[in-house]
Write a protein that binds this ligand. Structure first.
Ligand SMILES: NC(=O)c1ccc[n+]([C@@H]2O[C@H](COP(=O)([O-])OP(=O)(O)OC[C@H]3O[C@@H](n4cnc5c(N)ncnc54)[C@H](OP(=O)(O)O)[C@@H]3O)[C@@H](O)[C@H]2O)c1
Length: 284
């Protein structure tokens, strides 16, 4: 079985599995992670301005020699870059850091600041070809509907914390009519042992000769969400991508759905996130 793709509401095809580079240091570490992913056949990289490693992502893509259009690059704007006119300039800087002519998917990283002004500039960037698809990240409050009401291009994705303990069932209902797809961050609970070692995953792993993490990732794929687990361990990366040769039954999918218990692994409140906005200095 081959890796799967999802057709977004704007018609673009996104590889359903990718690799995330949150907390991967810029330079050699990011270069290694991205090159290793591309060598394995992974064609989707999830970065952000705030991860401060876009330059290394762009360098690894260039050095891979793979045709640019075969690789999907997602990146995210920080709230200090939101606002009509301001966001457009921020996109130009992003293109330079990534050393590319276009961004496949551009997200608003947080639901803070002048996100309505930013969305207008993102729509313009789609029209002038600097960006292919646009979406949101962490918009879980009524601010999601605020953007949806103003949008002339609906968000193609909504990237939020999502894993078997926090399945975002309500949020999925709110976005269904817009054709927006969930991208799961913390897909394996940020590596939480309690989640990974759930007895249900151990039982299914035994049945399918897979690991517990592979069972979780396969569940995401069959749920129709997009995933990009992060790992700096090449053995883990190979394992994580090796999930396209088996299928969970409808009953097993329901068993995993029943694990939803409302437990989040990211616990910072919106107010704390607002106070944390200046924690790093945006790059040129
Ligand atoms: N939009 C947002 O606000 C937001 C927030 C958070 C994350 N994200 C995105 O989502 C991506 C994933 O989130 P995340 O990295 O925080 O959490 P995650 O992918 O759920 O978990 C990463 C942790 O799991 C471990 N791991 C990976 N594969 C494993 C395996 N096969 N067996 C055992 N442990 C394994 C990793 O350690 P090893 O390195 O040792 O494998 C790492 O500690 C990020 O990289 C980023 O792109 C977005």
């Amino acid at each position: 079985m081959e890796q799967t793709f999802i057709k977004l509401n704007d018609g673009n095809l996104i590889p359903q599995f990718g690799t995330g580079v949150f907390q991967v240091p810029d330079g050699k570490e990011t270069l290694d992670v991205v090159k290793n992913a591309l060598n394995l056949g992974i064609r989707h990289i999830d970065t952000a301005h705030a991860y401060q490693n876009e330059r290394s992502v762009g360098k690894a893509v260039k050095e891979s020699g793979i045709v640019r259009k075969e690789i999907w690059i997602t990146t995210k704007l920080w709230p200090s870059e939101y606002g009509e006119g301001i966001t457009s300039q921020a996109i130009d800087k992003m293109l330079k850091r990534l050393d590319t002519d276009y961004i496949d998917l551009l997200l608003l990283h947080q639901q803070i600041g002048d996100y309505l002004g930013a969305w207008k500039d993102m729509e313009k960037a789609v029209k002038d070809g600097r960006v292919k698809s646009i979406g949101l990240s962490n918009f879980e409050s009524h601010r999601l509907e605020e953007v949806l009401e103003q949008a002339t291009i609906y968000p193609s994705v909504l990237q939020v914390e999502c894993h078997p303990y926090y399945q975002q069932k309500e949020l999925k209902k709110r976005i269904a009519k817009y054709g927006t797809v969930i991208e799961s961050w913390y897909p394996i609970g940020h590596g939480d042992k309690g989640l990974i070692q759930e007895p249900l995953f151990t039982r299914l792993a035994k049945k399918y000769h897979k690991t517990n993490v592979q069972i979780i990732l396969r569940w995401h794929i069959q749920e129709g969400t997009i995933v990009f687990p992060r790992t700096m361990n090449p053995v883990h990366m190979k394992e994580n991508f090796d999930i396209f040769d088996f299928e969970l039954t409808a009953e097993e999918m329901n068993e995993i759905r029943a694990l939803d218990n409302g437990k989040r692994f990211f616990t910072m409140t919106l107010e704390e996130q607002e106070q944390n906005l200046g924690a790093w200095k945006p790059e040129d």
